[in-house]
Design a protein. Structure first.
Length: 339
């Protein structure tokens, strides 16, 4: 089968399509014929050698996939049938013609949705859902500040905050991105490049600040985050786009606000059992399937939309990496896999 591959860590020019062995589904696994995958910052980090796949995961790029069930491994429960349209969050291996997935991590593709749209869901939407509900425990009426609001995760988070009847506020680096976030449901948006977002957030919230911050930026935002976080607020760090090194009185500022910091990394959560003995990711996939997936269907209120920025064929994957690296995308960059 064909797969996105690189031999040495480095720039997008190292990427190519390689003929590799088709995987076999193991115990409780399903083989999926992939029609579309999508790009994530994690792929860029992996390509540069800064984010190796977790132990046991495929070294083929791709953290998500949409396609159809091609084969059932031994011991599958009967929940999935050959030909079912499915999508999945993966620790790797999604940018290939076939991938194996534990059956508990598959989700049905909502009716009337294309494989291209479905590929834009798993990583961004499960990350945002996990951050808001499993980590942040968002409540109705709370104000949530979402940094990189027009990113894949950001556009999903805006809609999920609305679904939770809370109030999304965003930051982004261009007017075009702010307009897209407003269309997706952001109550307010600020351009971090030409204004102090913390002052603007305080103005918008009449001085009280936000209850939750979803932060994938890290170092360069820490002081401004603490300026506009409410007393008892939750600051959730899930990416470090500006780096991870901070200088200053972070701890005193945290204590004075009685604030808490949470850090989250979904990719490595493969084998962690919860108190009810379901693995963490399985629990997450099940909750998302029950609570969120119905809202992608026609007639749902509110209706959720996966946001596709652009579609690139697998053989042009280097272009897709360049576009993301240059911060060009609004929503998700999807990779179409050859049949
Ligand atoms: N922890 C987890 O489990 C997990 C899972 C998935 C994703 N993530 C993280 O979530 C983040 C978003 O991922 P994605 O794939 O949705 O990203 P994406 O679509 O590529 O969007 C990222 C956006 O962040 C903004 N940005 C980049 N560098 C920045 C900087 N130094 N300061 C401020 N803004 C910056 C850019 O938008 P502007 O033009 O607005 O600046 C860029 O377009 C990444 O950090 C990724 O690693 C974490």
């Amino acid at each position: 089968m064909l797969a996105a591959y690189f031999d040495c860590p480095g720039g997008p020019e190292n990427l190519y399509m390689k003929e590799v062995m088709k995987p076999n589904p193991g115990e409780g696994e399903v083989l999926v014929k992939v029609f579309a995958s999508a790009l994530n910052r994690g792929d860029l980090l992996q390509r540069t050698g800064n984010y190796p796949p977790p132990k046991g995961a495929s070294d083929i790029l791709g953290l998500e996939a949409a396609g159809s069930v091609a084969e059932l491994g031994p011991g599958c429960s009967g929940r999935w049938r050959i030909g079912d349209a499915v999508m999945a969050l993966l620790p790797g291996g999604g940018q290939a013609q076939y991938v194996t997935v534990p059956e508990g991590l598959l989700m049905p593709i909502p009716k009337d949705m294309t494989f291209i749209q479905a590929a834009a869901i798993p990583e961004a939407w499960l990350t945002a859902f996990q951050l808001l509900h499993f980590v942040g425990k968002v409540q109705e009426g709370e104000r949530v500040l979402i940094h990189a609001g027009a990113s894949g995760v950001g556009m999903a988070a805006i809609q999920l905050v609305r679904l939770a009847k809370a109030i999304p506020i965003v930051t982004a680096g261009t007017q075009e991105k702010l307009e897209a976030t407003a269309k997706a449901g952001a109550a307010a948006g600020f351009n971090y490049k030409n204004e102090d977002f913390s002052e603007k957030v305080l103005e918008f919230t009449q001085g009280s600040g936000v209850d939750i911050i979803l932060d994938c930026v890290g170092a360069s935002y820490w002081e401004k985050n603490l300026n506009c976080l409410s007393t008892d607020g939750r600051w959730i760090i899930y990416g470090l786009l500006s780096g991870g090194e901070v200088h200053g009185d972070l701890l005193a500022r945290l204590v004075s606000k009685r604030a808490s910091i949470h850090a989250s990394l979904l990719r490595t959560r493969d084998k962690e059992a919860s108190s009810v003995f379901l693995q963490y990711k399985e629990r997450l996939v099940r909750a998302f399937t029950e609570e969120v997936l119905p809202h992608f269907s026609e007639g749902a209120s509110p209706r959720l939309q996966p946001l596709v920025d652009s579609v690139h064929p697998l053989h042009a994957i280097a272009e897709a990496h360049r576009a993301m690296e240059e911060n060009k995308n609004i929503g998700k960059i999807v990779i179409e896999i050859p049949v």
